[in-house]
Design a protein around this ligand. Structure first.
Ligand code: KG4
Ligand code: ZN
Length: 337
């Protein structure tokens, strides 16, 4: 069975062909990130225009690489939300047109659930597991048992990727900040700055706005000392200290959730799951506590259509599909549909 996945929730335009839910035959990604860099963030209008320009080429290339013809596709899975409405509508309209022409079923996919599903391409889905979804817009701890999803906690303010991007901006680094901070952190001393772990009533909730403000104060102190500039060593040590703190919070909460929910399995997804320290610490600390922690391959951590195809295939196998009234849902929550 061939599933065509289509992802256009933000700045990426991606199409993927997945065979029998487990073998990626193609996963073509066209990113418009280079067009947004100068603005220090994603510009929705630029993102949706890029999707519109790219979608047909990306679709054709994904079929060519998979060595299949449009008539071979059995199912189309497309991101229905959350995301930017302009970008979402490009993928959904394209998916509907192709599905209508080929007379094949179409299924709308939740982008957040797909990030976690990326872990299970080519492997068995655990009976129950704890999910950690960390991206530019979300930080969510969830519990999964069969098709039931329970949200254990989410961020009360900034998402972790957003905190990375904002801290990087304060340090004069380029957008997106996550990958740059990750690289610099490896060259700095994580013990130089100490950040207080935010206290919350719900032990599974996150908060990242406090650490961003703490970085701002340290930056201002440093600028006062050095005539408005930042020493390279300061930037490296700050990146390392910031990363060490936020990673330790994510590790602690995820493993605490596994303990409370009595599960031996955790799966991580979203752009921040590409982070090298998070990957290493969570896998190692998990192993010490008897929890197997799974991360998707790096390319499947970032936005891509293979994860959408996988999640769509899972839902279709359970008898779900969408109607022609499928539309973009910018604020779609995890576990709602
Ligand atoms: O899932 P994603 O590609 O897009 C959203 O749906 O938000 O996540 C993008 C976020 C950005 O905030 C980016 O800075 C962060 O993921 N990110 C990272 C790393 N790579 C990407 N954060 C920390 N370390 C990384 N290596
Ligand atoms: Zn994403």
């Amino acid at each position: 069975m061939y599933t065509l996945g289509i992802e256009t929730s933000c700045d990426e335009t991606s199409c993927s062909v997945l065979k029998d839910g487990d073998t990626i035959l193609s996963n073509v990604i066209s990113s418009s990130l280079f067009r947004h860099k100068q603005f220090g963030g994603i510009v929705p209008e630029i993102a949706s225009r890029h999707c519109l320009e790219q979608i047909e080429t990306v679709f054709r290339e994904s079929l060519e690489l998979a060595k299949i013809k449009p008539e071979d596709i059995d199912l189309i899975a497309v991101t229905e939300g959350p995301g930017l409405i302009g970008s979402l509508l490009v993928g959904i309209s394209f998916a509907k047109a192709v599905a209508y022409r080929l007379k094949i079923p179409i299924i709308g996919v939740n982008h957040l659930e797909a990030h976690l599903a990326a872990n299970f391409i080519g492997s068995k889905v655990p009976e129950k597991y704890v999910g950690l979804l960390v991206s530019g817009g979300h930080s969510i701890l969830s519990y999964h048992e069969k098709e039931k999803i329970k949200i254990l906690g989410s961020t009360v303010d900034d998402a972790v990727g957003e905190a990375y991007d904002k801290a990087a901006k304060l340090l004069g680094l380029s957008y997106p900040g996550g990958p740059v901070m990750d690289k610099l952190a490896g060259e700095g001393n994580p013990q130089v700055f100490r950040f207080t772990k935010p206290k919350q009533e719900n032990p599974f909730a996150f908060s990242f706005s406090g650490i961003k403000t703490a970085v701002l104060y340290e930056v201002q102190k440093q600028q006062k000392k050095n005539g408005n500039s930042l020493l390279e060593s300061f930037v490296r040590d700050m990146a390392a200290s910031f990363q060490s703190s936020v990673v330790s919070w994510m590790v602690e909460k995820t493993l605490h959730a596994a303990e409370v929910m009595k599960v031996k399995h955790a799966a991580v997804g979203g752009g921040v799951s590409a982070n090298s320290w998070l990957r290493k610490s969570l896998v190692e600390e998990g192993a010490r506590r008897g929890v197997r922690v799974q991360f998707p391959e790096r390319i499947l951590s970032l936005d891509n259509a293979a994860m959408i195809a996988r999640r769509g295939w899972e839902l279709f196998k359970k008898g779900k599909k969408s109607g022609w009234n499928l539309t973009g849902l910018p604020n779609l929550k995890m576990g709602i549909k």
